[in-house]
Ligand binder design. Structure first.
Ligand code: HEM
Ligand code: HEM
Length: 194
């Protein structure tokens, strides 16, 4: 009896494996929401006091809470399955940089909404997510705490922007300089090249 032909050498097959459809969906959905979220945050803070400013904040806080829920679901989904390994020729420092920067991105994607939630609680402003669901307060109202945590929220935002610039730069380097499948395997279309 013939044994079935193996599809490819195992190392190659693994390196060419794409991220699962759910991981790719989470990645791009959350990325788009985070870009909108930065625009909303800066717009809302700079807007003159008016009903529009209040609406911008409702959108900002609502999208922020949606991001928190999606990131938790993404983490559970991510921990449940194996991840595609980096190309075999990736140096050790790049593997470590990828691991640590991805972990830090997850930490910041959780810390941003949590600090926002604390500001909202400390400011004592009643707020309903998408005008519907009341958000419970995490702490009692306190003006000083609200101001300090707003600074932390801002600083974490700057850290996230800086890390995202590195992240996007690294993805583009893989694609245009190293010419491997690292960006392609995260794209929705999943067209890998040999
Ligand atoms: C990934 C999620 C989030 C991101 C990236 C983000 C980003 C930002 C940014 C860039 C600003 C402007 C900072 C400034 O100029 O001072 C801001 C302000 C603010 N955000 Fe968020 N935010 C997120 C989630 C949330 C959530 C979930 C809430 C509340 C439930 C929230 C509440 C606020 C408030 C109250 C301010 C105004 C702070 C102030 O008075 O200076 N944010 N956010
Ligand atoms: C707010 C924007 C973004 C966030 C928060 C983000 C976050 C992340 C995280 C946490 C991972 C690790 C996946 C995991 O281990 O579960 C990842 C992977 C990846 N991201 Fe992003 N990302 C963003 C935007 C982008 C953009 C704009 C690009 C492309 C230019 C990109 C390209 C990639 C690629 C190629 C990977 C896979 C790396 C690998 O296979 O090892 N990301 N991203």
């Amino acid at each position: 009896m013939r044994t079935p032909p193996s599809s490819a050498p195992s190392g190659k097959a693994k390196t060419d494996a794409a991220w699962s459809a759910s991981i790719r969906l989470f990645h791009w959905l959350i990325a788009v929401l985070i870009f909108i979220q930065f625009a909303m945050g800066w717009l809302a803070v700079g807007w003159r006091l008016s009903p529009t400013k209040i609406n911008l904040f409702v959108w900002h806080k609502s999208i922020g809470m949606l991001i928190l829920a999606l990131v938790i679901a993404r983490l559970l989904n991510r921990l449940a399955r194996p991840t595609p390994p980096l190309p075999a020729d990736t140096p050790a420092w790049e593997r470590a940089a990828a691991r640590w920067s991805h972990a830090l991105l997850y930490v910041l994607m959780i810390a941003m909404p949590l600090t926002g939630w604390v500001i909202n609680s400390a400011a004592g402003i009643p707020f309903r997510i998408f005008w519907q669901l009341p958000l419970p307060a995490l702490i009692a109202p306190d003006k000083h705490t609200a101001e300090v945590v707003a600074l932390v929220h801002f600083a974490l935002g700057i850290a996230l922007v800086a890390l995202l610039m590195l992240h996007i730069g690294a993805a583009l380097r893989h694609h245009f300089v190293k010419r491997n499948n690292v960006l392609r395997r995260m794209l929705p279309s999943r067209r890998l090249v040999k």
